[in-house]
Design a protein around this ligand. Structure first.
Ligand code: C5P
Length: 421
């Protein structure tokens, strides 16, 4: 989980506007801190800013192309300036020079950054940085008052030794202070900063270049969980088999085909995961050999030799240390009993069992949450509706839309996460 003071930055879209000032070098560290906390950072630089720190540095640290020209056909083809104005949850201008504050206070749109600020409805924070004389000048103070009155947050400046040799107010706040000030602008979600990995959809196991074995699975439940978890502030990695669903916003989607691919993708990220939720309908078997050419249908019968696929959730649950492990079980009969057996056999912390055929492709779902009584009183009284049977606690969810049930599931998972710590 990311450090607490920055937890609300997970998934947030921050547009960092850099103007010309020596403090621009601090933006490298600021961007690193914001990105590490899970924010998606896009950098816009004024021409003067590029004299202090290179766009290439900012591109490498933000992982996104840096924008600096208003009339750049290439950049407009990627993310146009109006799209960019609609994109952020927060615009932070750091350092904000005296000249830029003056232009902003007067509503200029002479370069990309000032144009974006005019066009955007996103909250704006300013981190002024300038010589103490410029800061104390009545013109700068009037501009600041105007911008504060219009709703801009002003972070700093601090007082101290300045690059020009003066001592006084005008130093830009330090990167950590700025990152914390940004985090303070967002309300914490239930899952703020929690790192969640979800598998979803079916896997596909090739027989030959045109045929495969698979399971019924639309991926809707896993995608609903990913969407709702990201909305609640979690950092979500969704490892998805082939489905016909759009990638949820603010979710890191990794596309896979086979069970072996899915296992590999899970193992690659498992050490950076707090909670693992296995929703995928993994094919239990795969053809022992993939025939390299299309098998001709000449014979009356065809024998396929199948081998067991690894149990992904079981493999991950056997690791130590491990994340909180949450499984799913789609059964056609004796749902609760099979679910309970699977919870214990696979050594999971929680399992959602549901009736298989009514769930497939449907937008609505009902499920029984099952988890083991851990013996601590705290764990047992958190939900007065929970019923107990043979050391397993259960709670019925739905029938309701998959997104609503996903939110209820995440709330129960969050309880387990708190109890496990
Ligand atoms: O298919 P089964 O009923 O055993 O699935 C129960 C749980 O195990 C689900 O969470 C599913 O995603 C997971 N699973 C897995 N790897 C498998 C089979 C199932 O992770 N090979």
């Amino acid at each position: 989980m990311s450090s607490n003071s920055l937890a609300t930055l997970a998934n947030k879209r921050i547009l960092l506007g850099i103007t010309g000032g020596i403090a621009a070098y601090k933006c490298a560290e600021l961007t690193r801190l914001l990105s590490k906390a899970g924010a998606d950072v896009r950098v816009v630089m004024t021409k003067a800013a590029t004299e202090f720190i290179t766009p290439l540095t900012m591109q490498a640290l933000s992982g996104n192309r840096v924008h600096h020209e208003l009339l750049d056909a290439d950049a407009e083809a990627g993310m146009g300036h109006i799209e960019l104005a609609r994109w952020p949850d927060l615009i932070l201008v750091a350092p904000a020079s005296a000249d830029f504050l003056a232009r902003m206070a007067n509503g200029h749109a002479t370069d990309l950054l000032s144009t974006l600020l005019l066009a955007s409805k996103a909250p704006v924070a300013l981190a002024p940085a300038m010589n103490q004389g410029m800061w104390l000048n009545a013109a700068t103070q009037d501009n600041l008052s105007t911008l504060a009155r219009r709703g801009c947050k002003i972070f700093g400046p601090a007082a101290g030794a300045q690059a020009c040799g003066d001592i006084g107010p005008g130093r830009m706040l330090e990167p950590q202070e700025l990152a914390e000030a940004c985090a303070g602008m967002f309300t914490p979600g239930l899952l703020s900063g929690l790192r969640i990995m979800i598998t979803a959809g079916p896997t596909r196991e090739a027989i030959d270049p045109v045929r495969y074995i698979s399971n019924h699975s639309s991926g809707k439940m896993g995608y609903a969980l990913a969407t709702e978890a990201a909305d609640a502030g979690a950092l979500v990695t969704l490892i998805s088999g082939p489905v016909n669903l759009p990638a949820p916003a603010r979710v890191n989607v990794i596309q896979v085909i086979t069970a072996l691919d899915m296992l590999e993708a899970c193992i690659a990220g498992i050490e950076q995961t707090d909670v693992f939720i296995g929703v995928a309908a993994v094919a239990d078997y795969r053809p022992a050999q993939i025939v390299s050419h299309k098998i001709k249908k000449t014979a009356e019968t065809l024998q396929l030799n199948l081998v067991r696929n690894p149990d992904i959730i079981g493999t991950l649950a056997a690791r130590f240390p491990r994340p909180l492990m949450v499984g799913f079980a789609a059964e056609t009969n004796d749902v609760q009993a099979y679910g309970q057996e699977k919870l214990i056999r696979k050594n999971l912390d929680m399992l959602f069992a549901n009736e298989a055929t009514s769930t497939f492709g449907s937008d609505s779902v009902s499920a029984t949450a099952l988890w083991l009584q851990t013996g601590s009183a705290k764990n047992n009284v958190h939900d007065s509706n929970a019923t107990q049977s043979s050391a397993t606690l259960s709670k019925t969810l739905g029938p309701a839309g998959k997104n609503l049930v996903a939110r209820q599931m995440l709330s129960l998972i969050h309880d387990r996460w708190l109890a496990s710590r």
